[in-house]
Design a protein around this ligand. Structure first.
Ligand SMILES: [Zn+2]
Ligand SMILES: [Zn+2]
Length: 280
């Protein structure tokens, strides 16, 4: 392994999502700085607020509206966005309203955001990690439908603070009970039922959000630095969880990483210490 070339990722930029009340970007920044000691980590404002120039807002709003997923069962872009859809995007971009409840094509969203990054920061020595309240999904050829995702890896990597609640499935019993309640028309009981499952899923303003998001940020960084993102070990932060309970197990158990991924991090640290030694 050529560790020195792995250290080509020198700058890590984290973008906050101000609408996620329990996400503290400085906690994430501190964590990343400890794990990747050679990198220069900074916390920035919300991504479009940081990169989008005022005169670009109108055209960018239109492009955002055009990547809406209107029907999760069809892979059709929203080619002719409605006036109201574009206006809605403008208001979100201007910070007048919080963007939620709209689903976007994840890869298209990633492409749009990547176009806002300046040339000097578009190299592999910069990692951009964007927290967003936008909900996104990717098309699955296998079952012919869109699936909500928590993270899209690449540059930028985008992590959805709402997708973490909406994407991974609830415990199976939850759906069984929900079906029963719906069948007997007891829809008001569903909220109460959610209460029973508290702790077994991550909610929008969950107090464990920082802890969970540390793992997703590490997935993005492992992908950029080592070219590997997901792990098959359920107790590793790089585990690609499809269920809420798996997500909690991967992100909140005592051991953070599997032996293999921990050893990659150790190599980075060791290398950093040797470099410091050289300077003396
Ligand atoms: Zn490996
Ligand atoms: Zn692992």
């Amino acid at each position: 392994m050529h560790w020195r070339s792995l250290k080509s990722c020198r700058y890590i930029h984290l973008y906050e999502d101000p609408s996620a009340k329990t996400l503290d970007i400085n906690v994430i920044k501190q964590y990343v700085s400890e794990k990747i000691p050679y990198a220069i980590v900074d916390a920035r404002a919300e991504f479009t607020r940081y990169h989008l120039k005022g005169y670009e807002v109108d055209s960018f709003a239109r492009r955002l509206a055009s990547i809406r997923v209107k029907n999760p069962l069809t892979k059709m872009p929203n080619q002719e966005p409605l006036y109201g859809e574009v206006e809605y995007e403008k208001r979100v971009l201007k910070g007048e309203i919080r963007g939620s409840g709209v689903l976007y094509d994840g890869f298209e969203l990633q492409t749009l955001l990547s176009q806002l990054i300046g040339e000097e920061e578009s190299t592999l020595s910069h990692a951009h990690i964007v927290f967003t309240s936008r909900l996104f999904a990717t098309w699955d050829e296998g079952d012919g439908r869109y699936h909500i995702r928590v993270i899209i890896l690449g540059n930028p990597s985008i992590i959805s603070t709402t997708g973490v609640a909406e994407g991974p499935a609830m415990p199976k019993e939850f759906y069984r009970l929900q079906q029963t309640l719906l069948a007997i028309g007891a829809t008001q009981q569903i909220e109460l039922m959610k209460e029973r499952f508290r702790g077994r899923y991550i909610d929008y303003s969950d107090e464990r959000l920082n802890e969970v998001m540390k793992g997703y940020v590490m997935q993005a960084l492992f992908y950029q630095i080592f070219g590997e993102a997901f792990c098959s070990s359920r107790r590793c932060r790089l585990y690609n969880a499809h269920w809420q309970e798996e997500l909690i197990e991967a992100q909140l158990s005592k051991q953070e990483f599997c032996d293999h991924h921990q050893s990659l991090l150790n190599q980075l640290k060791q290398d950093e210490e040797e470099d410091r030694g050289d300077d003396c």
